[in-house]
Ligand binder design. Sequence first.
Ligand code: 13P
Ligand code: SF4
Length: 368
Amino acid sequence: MNVLEIMKKEQKMIPETYKSLSIEEMEQRVLEIKKILGTKVFIPGHHYQKDEVIQFADTTGDSLQLAQVSAQNSKAEFIVFCGVHFMAETADILTGKNQKVILPDLRAGCSMADMADIDQTERAWKSMQNALGNTIIPLTYVNSTAAIKAFVGKHGGATVTSSNAKEMLEWAFTQKERILFLPDQHLGRNTAYDLGIPLDQMAVWNPHTDSFEYEGEIDKIKVILWKGHCSVHENFTIKNVSDIRRSDPFMKIIVHPECSREVVEASDYSGSTKYIIETINNASPGSKWAIGTEMNLVKRLIKQNPDKEIVSLNPSMCPCLTMNRIDLPHLLWSLESIISGETINQIKVDDKTARDAKLALDRMLIRA
Ligand code: 13P
Ligand code: SF4
């Protein structure tokens, strides 16, 4: 089920009363409720969340770290996930039946995850099997729906995140001759290229025309890239890179691998949010950085590293709009609903989908 379908089914809006609360009042109430609930509630927060929310997270991390902590946490009865829908689904799949995962605002989806729906994927798989036989293993970026993860699990494949994509592609090539990589063409292309696969052995699958976008001979294909992308990271362009190079040749450029191949190639470093944070935090005082990733994280890095000069690679960049749906009022609303005993916005993956999706997640987690 994608986010639009979920919203149609069970959308419940935040009560108007939250609009009249001051920030201080809301912060105070969140603190009180966290105290009352103690270890009954656990709040993971992705690095792209706003400061007003991240300040209350019990743990912060990239997608891999958050999947790992969810899998390890068997204590908390309520997991209030400050991130986006696919992350909450992953947490639900990896936690016990007695644990409830809550997404403070159901509108916090991910446009990239919604670029691969299960019907398109089933259709694509059939065509690919007809064209290339049983030579393909599917891998999906965790930024995908539970249904896609289940499809991948059922077909012997695994999930990947931006911090382990290289290891997972290497593993996948020990299983089959070819990889189908969903749904982010850029992470797939950047990772395969780093492993030495030439661009002319990578085809793009267009789910809207149900066909390959590929000029070469079909049996040369090693990697099939789903035609999906992140609507935030596609806003970093090669022009942004050349503008920085021109204005300050000493500035280092670091980007997330959801950026296009040309941007990653023209940059100095690329890696997951965890890698970007560690690189900036460990950089020498006085060093200069242009960062190509989501704006809430870039702003936080600027604040936490006053001894360095840090800018966004794209000066007119905005935060990820769906990540930004999770704000202080929604966090407070979801915590208060736990106290009142009427849990709102629970994310529940059906048992069959969860079982198959877990196969794909476990194949990644044992290698992480
Ligand atoms: P990571 O934190 O795993 O690098 O993921 C980035 C992202 O786009 C999450 O939506
Ligand atoms: Fe999805 Fe991109 Fe936002 Fe991450 S940053 S949640 S991939 S749209």
